[in-house]
Design a protein around this ligand. Structure first.
Ligand code: GDP
Ligand code: FO1
Length: 328
């Protein structure tokens, strides 16, 4: 596969566990260790005594090239002896932990209990699996996404996995966020003097990006970084590529389209990337917008979209410099 020339400087992408991960894979191909991925930890939970961080796992496996691309979570070539034995003991089996995947959670759990920070454990696992990009949990403090549904509040994994996103969502809240702190690593990534751009991946704004932005300080760090901020729409032609984003938007009384996504981020971003299928909506977006293929099926698609986002950021930076020079 041909590799387009990468741009200078360091870059940050914000990601959940699906659309954002695909873009992160493309960016990592171009940038290696010059990329920091700030990952949602609102989906984290303790299950069977194990500390599970699903989005960190998915980013780690995807960048290490061992993600199960069919499910979009877990490792490829996985075996399930542990789950079968767990079922024989009458224990809950709704959340599936493959034998290889189990090692990630056991490693995380004992290291946390020994006093390590989630960030340090992520770095250790990334290095062990040969990942050069920096995978950064949004915080080392616990933040837990709670989904308020018609049937009452549900923890995120109950809503998402146990009940298959079927309950009607009325609101989301991020427990612990107000007291959480961004890590030193996140602060450093967002205040790097050579930061060239910040990209909000095409993740679910309400379930994956908002928890990151809810950590006090992160929005301000983004704004004061001086770097261009662009968001990629996770909605294509009024539908989510995967998962409940469009369903949740409708349940929250919002039009499930790219325009609504742009509005959601309008006070934070400088530019918006939307799919060619939504060309007709471009004029209604009150932001500088790039229309392109955002459907990432192949590695080439991921790298191409990553390159487009970087070129867009570069253009936004240059425009701002020209604007500054032109102002009296
Ligand atoms: P989650 O943590 O599993 O919910 O994953 P994310 O929040 O990172 O991503 C969910 C969103 O990814 C959904 O809204 C999808 O529409 C979007 N998505 C998945 N694949 C693609 C893709 O190839 N292109 C775009 N534009 N969005 C995608
Ligand atoms: N998603 C499922 O739909 N079913 C599962 O049994 C499941 C297990 C699982 C184990 C480890 C892990 O890291 C992720 C896992 N996921 C599973 C994915 C996951 O919980 C969700 O896709 C995310 O939280 C949303 O990003």
């Amino acid at each position: 596969m041909s590799r387009p020339p990468s741009e200078a400087g360091t870059w940050v992408v914000l990601s959940g566990g699906s659309g954002g991960v695909k873009l992160a894979v493309g960016l990592a191909r171009l940038l290696g260790e010059r990329l920091s991925i700030i990952v949602n930890t609102g989906d984290d939970f303790t299950h069977l005594g194990l500390s599970i961080s699903p989005d960190l796992d998915t980013v780690l496996y995807a960048l290490a090239g061992i993600l199960n691309e069919e499910t979009g979570w877990g490792r490829n070539g996985e075996t399930w002896t542990f789950m079968r034995a767990l079922g024989e003991l009458g224990e809950p089996t709704w959340f599936k932990l493959g034998d290889g995947d189990l090692a990630t959670h056991v490693d995380r759990t004992w290291r946390l209990r020994a006093g390590a920070r989630l960030t340090q454990i992520g770095a250790h696992q990334a290095t062990a699996l040969g990942v050069r990009a920096r995978i950064l949990p949004m915080s080392d403090d616990p933040v837990r996404t709670v989904v308020a549904t018609d049937g009452g509040p549900l923890s995120f994994q109950e809503y998402f996995v146990r009940y298959g996103c079927r309950p009607v969502v009325r609101a989301t809240r991020f427990e612990g966020a107000a007291a959480a702190q961004p890590t030193r690593e996140v602060i450093d990534a967002l205040s790097a003097p050579d930061l060239a751009g910040i990209i909000l991946g095409p993740s679910n704004p309400w379930l994956s990006v908002d928890p990151i932005l809810a950590v006090p300080g992160i929005r301000d760090l983004m704004r004061t970084s001086g770097a261009p901020i662009v968001a990629v729409s996770p909605i294509i032609g009024g539908q989510a590529v995967k998962g409940p984003t469009a369903k949740i938007m409708a349940e929250l009384g919002l039009e499930p389209d790219s325009r609504t996504i742009a509005q959601h981020y309008a006070d934070l971003i400088h530019g918006f990337v939307m799919d060619s299928a939504d060309q007709a909506l471009k004029e209604e977006i009150r932001l500088d917008a790039v229309v392109t293929n955002t459907m990432m099926r192949s590695l080439d698609d991921k790298v191409a979209l990553a390159q487009q986002c970087m070129t867009f950021c570069r253009r936004l930076s240059e425009q701002r410099l020209v604007g500054l020079r032109a102002s009296p």
